[in-house]
Structure formats: structure tokens, C-alpha cells
Design a protein around this ligand. Sequence first.
Ligand SMILES: NC(=O)c1ccc[n+]([C@@H]2O[C@H](COP(=O)([O-])OP(=O)(O)OC[C@H]3O[C@@H](n4cnc5c(N)ncnc54)[C@H](OP(=O)(O)O)[C@@H]3O)[C@@H](O)[C@H]2O)c1
Length: 325
Amino acid sequence: MTDASGTPTFFDTLLDRTIVPGYSRLGFRFRRRGWPADDPQSDAMHGRTALVTGSNSGIGKAIAAGLAGLGGSVILAVRDRERGEQACREIRAADPAADVSVTVCDLSDPGSVAACADELSERLSRLDVLIHNAGLLPPRRIETADGHELTLATHVLGPLLLTDRLVPLLDAADGSRVILMSSGGMYAQRLAVDDPEYRQGRYSGTTAYARTKRMQVAFTPLLAEHYAPQGISVHSMHPGWADTPGVITSLPAFHRLMRPLLRTPEEGADTAIWLAATSATLPSGRFWHDRRVRPEHYLRRTHYTADEAWRLWLFCREAAGLAVG
Ligand SMILES: NC(=O)c1ccc[n+]([C@@H]2O[C@H](COP(=O)([O-])OP(=O)(O)OC[C@H]3O[C@@H](n4cnc5c(N)ncnc54)[C@H](OP(=O)(O)O)[C@@H]3O)[C@@H](O)[C@H]2O)c1
């Protein structure tokens, strides 16, 4: 599967470029054959704490269960406490030793993000892993109470703010990791530098989703550089196509067509769990899929300049209420 340097082989790369086989369960099951059985080790998260946003269902819940299964203390950051508690009960029913708990955090609401960060600062002495998994694909253009387009607020502004507010806890951990759950859909989108709030043209939820997932990938190296002095590494990834409540609700036709080929939520969660728990030294600031660094572009038209990325970074930091720079 991989050569000695960890570079994907011809067949792995072919799976990636042909998309359907690579993103489906076929790609996962093919690539898995090349992974060492003992990485991450069964107690890799022992003594470590992880926060997973949007973890009451789908991939996020599978990530939370997976990290708890490796001995971690896992906090489910959810926007509805009861749905979070229900997810904890289900995780514990499958694994009575699972150390899981809930905090309330609506990523689209800066007040909720700040309150969550305050609560965690009281509750924890350090945070080893922060996984920005919360995501949605809205049916129409929706603005948050403070006037931001909903996918921008949820996928970009909320994660920027939450990461920033949790820096003291991340700094207190040794080699902490921040992981952004992007999507392969971002490959079709340029960086929306001139219209980040999607005010121009006919709104499409799918495009808004993919544009903001592109922003997550574009910001990964900037976040990596920004937080390198605190020893925090930053990684983005895409999970392939997994059968989750989000896909059933937001993309019903895709779900009907692709269902036999979709990954399980656990398969979609695999790379996030691996990025969080592997003992391997990971290069910060890169984009991953199925435990390998992947290209950030397939298409020439999606390339952007460092200046464009920086301009959008400044806009988003300001929109998130953070110091610009
Ligand atoms: N499934 C796939 O094939 C696929 C492919 C590419 C990328 N992804 C990404 O993987 C992540 C998980 O998606 P999924 O497929 O597992 O979908 P899902 O089952 O719908 O899970 C999404 C989670 O995000 C939560 N969420 C949405 N908005 C939130 C907010 N403002 N604050 C806090 N939590 C919020 C949802 O909570 P509620 O239950 O309260 O709505 C839910 O728990 C997403 O980022 C998605 O974009 C998935």
C-alpha cells in the first residue's frame, strides 16, 4: 500500500483521483490492509482528554466512542444537551468503561462557544485533542443572530473562536492536536475571498458547505503556523463518504444511490481517531484522508495565492471577534 517513506502507492493515488472508489468503503477497506494493526495502541489515549464537536450523531459520535475506546476521557460538545447525554448512554452501553461526558456548544453562536470554553477552563487542567467535527448543509441561506451565513459561522468562525479560547488548555498539554473535519466536496471550490458570507449569486447549500470546507483546508497551514509557538499542531482531513444522519437528511438522493458503497460512521471516523491518537510524529498544517497526506487541489481553477488566503484569514478572524493577525 505505502512505500517505506509513507508515500501513497500508485493504486492508493488512483483511488484518490477516481473519487467514487476511493471515497467509498472500497477505498477504506483496500487502504486499511496496509495499516499497522497496533497503531494507535489500545491505550493510546489513556490519561488524555479530547473534545469532539457535533458528536451526538454520525462520524462525531463514532470519533468520541473510538477515542474513549482507546482509554481517553472524551467530552462531547453538542448543541442539545439531551441528544449529547443520549449519545453518551449509547457509547457506554457498548463500552461500559467509556469515559464520556457532555458540554453544550453551538458552534454558530459565539456566546455559546465562549460559555463552553469558560466551562472547560474551570473543569480541565489541559486539553490534548480538539476535533472540529460539527457540520451541516442548510437547505437555504440562513443567517445567525449576529448576521453570519450559517455554514461560515459553523465550519469556520466557531472553530476559530473555540480554538483560540482553548489555547491555554491546549498549551498545557504536551503535543496537543487540533483536527478539522473538512470534506472532499471542497475540491470543487475556490476560496470565496470576495464573498465569504455568500451574499452574491443564487445560494446553494451544497456550494456554501463546500466553500466553507475549502476555507477549513486553506486555514489549516495558517492555524498551524499561528499556534506552533504553543506546540499545538493542526490537521484537516476528509472522511470519505459515510452513512450518517446528516447525509440521509441533507443528501437523500445521494444516500439512496450510494448507500451500498458508503462507509460506516466508524470508517469515516478512522482518520480523525488516528490523527488524534497515533504515536507517529505528524507534520502540522496538512490535509489528510485515510491516514495519508492528500493534495489540497485536483483542479487548476481552485488554486489561490497566499495573499488571498491571508485576506480571508483576516476577514474571518475579525468576524469571529478575534485579534486580527
Ligand atoms: N458523512 C459524510 O459522508 C461526510 C463527508 C464529508 C464530510 N463530512 C463531515 O463530517 C462531519 C460529521 O458529519 P456527519 O456526516 O456525521 O453528519 P451528522 O450526523 O449530521 O453530524 C453532524 C453533527 O454536527 C452537529 N452540528 C451541526 N451544527 C452544529 C452547531 N452549530 N453546533 C454544534 N453542533 C452542530 C449536529 O448536531 P445536531 O444533531 O444537533 O444537528 C451533528 O451532531 C461534518 O463536519 C461533515 O461536514 C461528512
